[in-house]
Each structure stands twice: as C-alpha cells, then as structure tokens.
Design a protein around this ligand. Structure first.
Ligand SMILES: C[S@@+](CC[C@H](N)C(=O)[O-])C[C@H]1O[C@@H](n2cnc3c(N)ncnc32)[C@H](O)[C@@H]1O
Length: 366
C-alpha cells in the first residue's frame, strides 16, 4: 500500500485502506505538531535554525528526543534540513510554519488543533463507555488540553475579524456598541476563555461587558486573560449554566452574543429563552455557529466532515450533561437554529451577510 493509492485507486477497498493509512499518518504527525507547539519548539526555531544539539541547549530538552523529532518534522515537510546527516544538520522552519504554528493571534494560526486531538485522545475510553450508557463526558474530563485548544482555535478570528470585519456588517449592532452617549451593556454567553469579550472591550472602551460560561476552568482563564489585557475593570466573568432557571436573567443586556456555543449547550431552547429574557428593551442577540450544509449531505466536504467528527467526540458527549439533555451538535442546520429561536420566543431570526468558511451568523430580535 502506498499513499499514491489515495489519489489513484479505483478499487474501493484499496481507496479506503489508502485513505485510512493517510489519515493515520496525518494523525500521528499532528501529535508530533502537538509536541512542537506544547514544548515551544517551533518558536525556538523561528528565525534561528538549529542542530539537535543546539536545540537541546536552547530549550533544555532531551537531545535524543529532539533529534528524532527534528528528523520526523523534516520527513513530514515542516522543517528543512541543510544536510544529509540528520544528527548534524541544521533545521529551518519550512515556509508557512511560523505563521501557522508560532503566532497565536495571527490570522493563520492553527496551533490549537493538535490540542483538540490530544484532549480527545485522553477521553476515548470514556467516549466508548458513554456510547454504551448514554452518559455525558463532561468538558472538564477532557483535561487542560481541551481549554488550550478552545482558547487557541477561535482567538485569531476574534482578534482579526470580529471588530474589523464582522461587526461593521451588522450596522445596527455596531452602532449600538459604538454609541458612547448611551454605553451598551453587553453579554457574551458561552464565552469560554473570554477572547471575544476581551476584543469587544478593547475596541469599545466605554462598554461594560459580562461573560458567562458553565465551565469553571474557562471562567478562571477568562478572568486571567482580562486582567492581562487590562480590561478587568469593565469586564466581569461568571460561572453560569445557560439552562439554569434559577440564575439571574433580569433584563439588562443591550447586545448579547453567543459565539459558537449554542450547538454545544444541553438545552438550546431554554438557553436562548434565558438570553432573551436578559435583554434590555430594544436589545439584540447575535449568534455565531457552524456554517453547516443546508441539509444532511453525505459524503460532506472537509468542513462538514470536521463538524461531523467533532460532534461525536466533543460536542455531543460534553452536551449530554444535566436533566434531559438535547444538544444540537455541530451539524445544527440554519433551519434548526431558526426553529430554536422561534420556540425561545424570538420574533425574528435573520441570517447575516458575513462570509466565513466555518461560521454562519444570525441576528435574533425578540
Ligand atoms: C465551542 S466553546 C466556545 C467558547 C467561546 N465562545 C469561544 O468561541 O472560544 C463552547 C462553550 O460553551 C460552553 N457551554 C456549554 N454548555 C454551556 C451551558 N449550559 N451554559 C454555559 N456555557 C456552556 C462551554 O463550556 C464552552 O466554553
């Protein structure tokens, strides 16, 4: 079997075995990328090519392991060696590696992806058990790599697109946020580590913002992030379960956001109804969620395949918590979201004209 089979095989058995072999290679290579990001190896090599001995001296890591890793990365095409002897060669980052793996706020950064795979690896036995019992595998069980993944995956979009591209395409919301005479109060529900909240706070220094998430580790990280970015005086973060009827849903938010969390929550309709209840008169909700195909599409394109694969391993097991969970999962269609919005009492749900390969945006008004 060779990887050429992936492109050339017409026999379905050969084609599938070739495809799975290639997937196995990519999965193992992604785990090596995890080590490179986690241990700061790409950053250590950025602009400073090194031999195994030099990289060991620079990082304090074990030379035998680094020698093998450098060789592996060169074989995989992420590093370029300057000679034939792997132990003596000096290794340089291949074109593109710095942007994709060393710049956490850069638009191309993808260093969070291997952390998601690592977090899933940790809970695979739990997932097999959960398939038998129907129980949840809570977010916290995925360990710290899960939060690192979540933190890193969406942050580049918030830093590069939220203020500069997305908000100007929602003029009424943008104008409300920019109104210094009548500072808006903003809710960011399912805020995770708070990067969206923090970018909003930095862009609109007159706003007061509140981020909510049911995950304690995420809220602790969000508070740390806000303090580091100098916005903690205007941004509060609280552990709140969106489905909790007993939480404070008194009317107060002029603009509320749900960034890529509605498909994850165990009770999407109740959650949306609570967000609606917490709106001040005239308030608006903006939802960002997966840009799924309009209908069940099999086989799907790579983005749809990513959503489908994340659903079984991440979103559904994490969403099966609490009483009578009915998480929508990342294959939530626009029609489903519209139905949720209507059942939660919203009078209108508009799909916004914002183009992004992964996300679709909605504006909900009561
Ligand atoms: C895919 S993450 C998105 C996080 C953040 N908005 C971002 O874009 O980085 C989904 C978030 O929803 C949160 N979540 C799930 N169920 C929730 C619930 N019932 N109440 C509040 N937050 C919830 C998770 O803890 C997680 O932080």
């Amino acid at each position: 079997m060779s990887t050429d089979i992936v492109e050339t095989a017409t026999d379905p058995i050969e084609a599938l075995s070739g495809r799975l072999f290639a997937a196995g290679v990519e999965a193992l290579e992604l785990c090596n990328v995890y080590l490179g990001v986690q241990l700061g190896l790409y950053a250590a090599l950025d602009g400073r090519p090194a031999t195994p001995a030099e990289l060991a001296a620079r990082t304090g890591l074990a030379r035998r392991y680094l020698g093998e890793w450098l060789q592996q990365q060169a074989v995989a095409g992420l590093l370029v060696p300057d000679g034939d002897d792997p132990a003596a060669a000096r290794y340089t980052l291949a074109d593109g590696v710095a942007a994709v793996l060393t710049e956490p706020t850069g638009p191309a950064y993808l260093g969070g992806l291997p952390f998601a795979v690592a977090a899933v690896g940790r809970v695979l036995p739990d997932l097999a058990r959960a398939f038998r019992t129907g129980d949840a595998v809570p977010y916290a069980a995925y360990g710290p790599d899960a939060l690192s993944a979540q933190s890193a995956l969406n942050r580049p979009a918030y830093v590069n697109l939220l203020i500069a591209d997305w908000l100007p395409r929602i003029p009424a919301v943008h104008a409300r946020l920019a109104d210094t005479g009548r500072p808006a109060r903003v809710g960011d529900f399912g805020c995770g580590p708070g990067w969206s909240t923090i970018e909003l706070a930095k862009a609109f220094p007159h706003l007061r913002l509140e981020g909510y998430d049911s995950d304690e580790a995420s809220i602790a990280a969000a508070r740390r992030n806000a303090a580091e970015h100098g916005v903690a005086d205007r941004v509060g973060f609280e552990v709140v379960d969106l489905a909790d009827e007993g939480a404070d849903w008194s009317p107060r938010h002029d603009v509320s956001f749900l960034f890529e969390c509605l498909h994850d929550v165990p009770r999407p309709v109740e959650s949306l109804a609570h967000v609606r209840r917490a709106l001040a008169p005239g308030g608006t909700v903006v939802v960002m969620d997966e840009r799924t195909a309009d209908t069940f599409t099999a086989p799907g394109d790579p983005v749809e395949r990513f959503f489908a694969a994340a659903g079984t391993l991440w979103c559904i097991p994490q969403g099966m918590v609490g009483a009578d969970p009915e998480p929508a999962g990342p294959l939530m269609r626009a029609t489903t979201l519209r139905e949720f919005a209507a059942r939660a009492g919203f009078g209108d749900c508009e799909v916004l004209d914002i183009d992004h390969p992964f996300w679709r945006f909605y504006r909900l008004v009561p």
